[in-house]
Design a protein around this ligand. Structure first.
Ligand code: GAR
Length: 208
């Protein structure tokens, strides 16, 4: 059984999708053993507590540098013996030290079809604002391994979502979450826990 640690900063709807998937048996051979938040008031912490999942708060504000903060998070993950680290709306930048400690063992959910609308500055609602500005007709979500390149790691799963004429960033965000993020994040986590993902030449291959 693999130990899954989830990193959060906000509302935690993706964490909730993982908890629901765990409770209904969709996540095989893995268990969420810790939720770590960069913000003390993140609602995601409540969701964890309601489901008896241990939590830790490592406030970003209490650290002077990205390096010190990365060390604190990395040390915590090593201490709890995390096998898989899931960035689920974790809005804090960490440096390469954590990638070296958990190579191809950290996954991120991003609310677009990478390589579109990703990289520095593309997070949360901003992603959907840019999608609407450009007028693309399809967007979606991507689950990828975390590497040193922001949103540039091997892609595990993607799911497309239609953009509608009358969408606002908020309605589009909601549809991308409901139709894509909450569906493919638990799937990717389960695939990892079942050893069904292989990475070769910076590409992820899923065997299902
Ligand atoms: C989600 O839409 C997630 O994809 C996005 O932030 C939201 C967090 O919501 N993440 C990023 O933009 C990362 N670049 P949640 O806290 O309700 O899961």
């Amino acid at each position: 059984m693999k130990n899954i640690a989830v990193l959060v900063s906000g509302g935690g709807t993706n964490l909730q999708a993982l908890i629901d998937a765990q409770n209904s048996g969709i996540i095989k051979n893995g268990k969420i053993t810790c939720v770590i938040s960069s913000k003390p008031d993140a609602y995601a912490l409540e969701r964890a507590k309601q489901n008896d999942i241990p939590t830790r708060i490592i406030p970003r504000k209490e650290y002077n540098s990205v390096s010190d903060y990365t060390k604190a998070v990395t040390d915590a993950l090593i201490e709890i013996k995390a096998d898989l680290v899931v960035y689920a709306g974790f809005m804090t930048i960490l440096d390469e030290k954590i990638v070296k400690a958990f190579p191809n063992r950290m996954m991120n959910v991003h609310p677009s079809l990478i390589p579109s609308f990703c990289g520095k500055g593309y997070y949360g609602l901003h992603v959907h604002e840019e999608v609407l500005k450009k007028g693309v007709k399809l967007t979606g979500a991507t689950i990828h391994f975390v590497t040193e390149e922001c949103d540039g790691g091997p892609i595990i799963l993607q799911k497309a979502v239609e953009v509608k004429n009358n969408d606002t960033p908020e309605t589009l965000q909601k549809r991308v979450m409901e139709e894509a993020e909450w569906v493919i994040l638990p799937q990717a986590v389960s695939l990892f826990c079942e050893d069904k993902i292989e990475v070769k030449d910076n590409k992820a291959y899923v065997f299902n």
